[in-house]
Design a protein around this ligand. Structure first.
Ligand SMILES: [Mg+2]
Length: 179
């Protein structure tokens, strides 16, 4: 079985621009490929797990999302990532089947790639990420951008680890004691 690192997309890998369509606005942190390379060398499979409710809201099409993600992967290093899992559901839907914090996308990944979720990590900046990771049985790293809202408050309580940046989160995963 493989270990995985699941990344949230918006405000984790890239700055969140709500309902992002314009791929020219995508900016990844300089030097990020080096970190992805180190995770791969440590034996992790890498995934992106993203809620894109703009589709349910009619503000984005799946094609818009795919176009942005294609450019994103180019910038991050396409070969480092196995797959991007997306939920297009909106929060006001009566039942959410795959939208984070449901662990559905993690379960799908676990099945498709033979993952050991208990030895895997979820990195994200929202409570939905921390809960999704927890619900799937992963260790969770909350990227704390210093928000003062309830979402951030509960995330700090529930996450396995708290990091001040994406790179700090990745260093925590690479630290042998945390694995
Ligand atoms: Mg986010």
């Amino acid at each position: 079985m493989h270990r995985a690192v699941f990344f949230d997309r918006d405000d984790t890998l890239i700055k969140n621009i709500p309902y992002l369509k314009n791929e020219e606005l995508i900016e990844v942190p300089p030097g990020i490929r080096e970190y992805m390379s180190r995770l791969k060398k440590a034996g992790f499979l890498l995934f992106i797990v993203s809620n894109q409710s703009g589709v349910a809201r009619g503000l984005l099409t799946p094609t818009d999302v795919a176009k942005v993600n294609r450019i994103l992967l180019e910038k991050l290093g396409r070969t480092f990532f196995e797959k991007i899992y997306l939920s297009f559901e909106g929060p006001s839907q009566e039942i959410n089947w795959d939208r984070k914090p449901q662990p559905t996308m993690l379960w799908t990944a676990a099945q498709e790639y033979n993952l050991d979720l208990k030895k895997s990590f979820f990195i994200g900046d929202r409570l939905a990420d921390v809960l999704c990771g927890r619900n799937g049985g992963c260790k969770t790293i909350f990227i704390d951008w210093g928000r003062k809202d309830l979402d951030a408050f509960i995330s700090r309580k529930l996450a396995t680890f708290i990091a001040g940046s994406l790179f700090e989160a990745i260093e925590m995963i690479l630290a042998p004691l945390n694995r």
